[in-house]
Design a protein around this ligand. Structure first.
Ligand code: GLN
Length: 274
């Protein structure tokens, strides 16, 4: 272990020590491995290697961005979700482990070769995962953001998933009259006044909050879903830890049966379904 140097850092070890003092050892290793296009193991085995000036400059830039709050996945351009790496940029929400609960429930309720719809797909992590995990699934993904759809299509192509995409808001994006066996969504659900939003300032606000009360997009999706489900089909929605009762009430008022809520790994209500 090296401590920050008095002179300008030269070797991998010196650069890592300097960066670790600002952003911690783990993230320093992740970011330098990314900048060099090497593994973290390589850094440890070759820590006396001297960085080229442009490598040093590139590393110092991402370290300063990280120190200023930019999330690591926006610097490395990728995030792992359900065992696969998804490309991300700041036009999409960074995939969260909590959303894997939605995947697990979808895999439990779905029958063979279902027609699946993912509303507000963002990076495409839900749509692509379901396309790859459910044999014969035909997956449609929507987003109102063309930039997000570009990311989703890139992920689908890179991971070998065949998904169809439409640009637009919620069901307005979906061809009229089309129905699905499974509809899923992780919509914006944070209340605009929730101070948690402040900690998410680097992610697209439009993916996080509806700007109304945190339930507006959930209401729009729930009210439109029944007409878009095949008989016996399921609607699965991610929501905030305190929105379980409200979302169950909305589902029941819309005529859904089998309404229930599943908890995330932090033991909070996270996914409601009917
Ligand atoms: N679960 C995310 C968070 O609280 C929010 C995701 C969303 O609004 N859909 O960080």
């Amino acid at each position: 272990m090296t401590t920050p140097t008095a002179h300008e850092p030269e070797t991998i070890a010196e650069h890592l020590a300097n960066a670790a003092a600002q952003i911690g050892r783990f993230e320093a290793h992740v970011l330098l491995a990314h900048v060099l296009g090497k593994t973290r193991e390589y850094l440890i085995a070759h820590d006396d290697e001297v960085l080229a000036p442009e490598q040093a400059t590139a590393f110092e830039l991402v370290v300063s961005m990280r120190a200023a709050g930019t999330p690591v996945p926006y610097l490395t351009g990728r995030q792992e979700f359900f065992g696969r790496w998804f490309a991300v940029d700041d036009s999409v929400l960074i995939p969260r482990p909590d959303t894997e609960v939605l995947i697990e429930q979808a895999l439990l309720v779905t029958g063979p070769a279902p027609k699946v719809l993912d509303l507000g797909t963002g990076s495409g992590c839900i749509a692509v995962t379901l396309a790859l995990e459910i044999p014969g699934a035909r997956v449609t993904a929507t987003d109102k953001s063309p930039e997000a759809l570009t990311v989703a299509k890139k992920n689908a192509a890179a991971l070998g998933a065949d998904i169809r995409t439409f640009e637009g808001e919620w069901f307005e994006a979906v061809p009229e009259g089309e129905t699905f066996d499974l509809i899923v969504s992780n919509p914006p659900y944070i209340h605009p006044q929730d101070e948690h939003l402040l900690s998410l300032e680097f992610e697209p606000a439009g993916a996080l909050t509806d700007g109304v009360d945190g339930l507006e997009d959930l209401r729009r999706i729930i009210s439109g879903a029944m007409a878009r489900l095949t008989p016996g089909g399921w609607l699965l929605l991610e929501h905030g830890w305190d929105q379980g009762p409200a979302v169950r009430e909305l589902l029941e008022a819309a005529g859904f049966a089998g309404v229930r809520t599943k908890k995330d790994y932090g033991d909070n209500d996270r996914v409601s379904m009917g």
